[in-house]
Design a protein around this ligand. Structure first.
Ligand SMILES: [Zn+2]
Ligand SMILES: [Zn+2]
Length: 181
């Protein structure tokens, strides 16, 4: 057998995304996770996750579909959505991840408040890349970090996201390096 271990991180856009955003997220992921990134949509319909009462999308079933659709050679999937996401115990989420699993998702809906999908500001780009790294970190089994500057810090507001860095603290970095080994 001559099969290389599966190692690509796939960015799966759900809808049309600015290529600037996709490449910014891709670069950050490669920098933090030291893994090659490819971009390819996996789902063409996510209406199954729509909750008509809340007029939002439940992220958990989307994660299951994504994990089921993982192509060969892809070990982690980050979906990027522009719809408002929720999990039942919260009014909304910026994203969700399968802890120690394969799939995670980030939505630009709240992080991009005020600007349209085709005119992301630098602030939005920074927020989305931080939350993308954060959710992917969960798929490598990283938990929430008490350090407010660490990218694994749990953020309740956009201001919290703006305040944290796009890097892991030393403790989380060691945990990630162990997971990547
Ligand atoms: Zn989190
Ligand atoms: Zn940390």
């Amino acid at each position: 057998m001559n099969s290389a271990p599966p190692q690509t991180i796939l960015i799966a856009p759900m809808g049309d995304f600015d290529s600037r955003l996709l490449s910014a997220v891709g670069r950050e992921i490669e920098r933090v996770f030291h893994a090659p990134v490819s971009v390819r949509p996996l789902l063409d319909d996510w209406s199954f996750a729509f909750d008509a009462g809340r007029e939002q999308f439940h992220s958990t079933p989307i994660l299951r579909r994504l994990a089921d659709a993982a192509p060969l050679g892809v070990f982690k999937i980050l979906a990027l959505a522009d719809v408002d996401l929720f999990i039942p115990i919260l009014t909304h989420v910026y994203g969700e991840a399968q802890l120690g699993g394969k799939a995670c998702i980030v939505s630009t809906y709240r992080l991009n408040a005020g600007s349209g999908i085709h005119c992301f500001s630098e602030t939005t780009l920074a927020r989305v890349t931080k939350e993308a790294v954060h959710e992917l970190g969960h798929t490598f089994d990283l938990r929430h970090c008490p350090d407010p500057a660490c990218v694994m810090h749990y953020c309740r507001s956009e201001a919290d996201v703006d305040r944290k860095s796009s890097d892991l603290c030393r403790y989380c970095r060691v945990m990630l390096d162990d997971a990547l080994r």
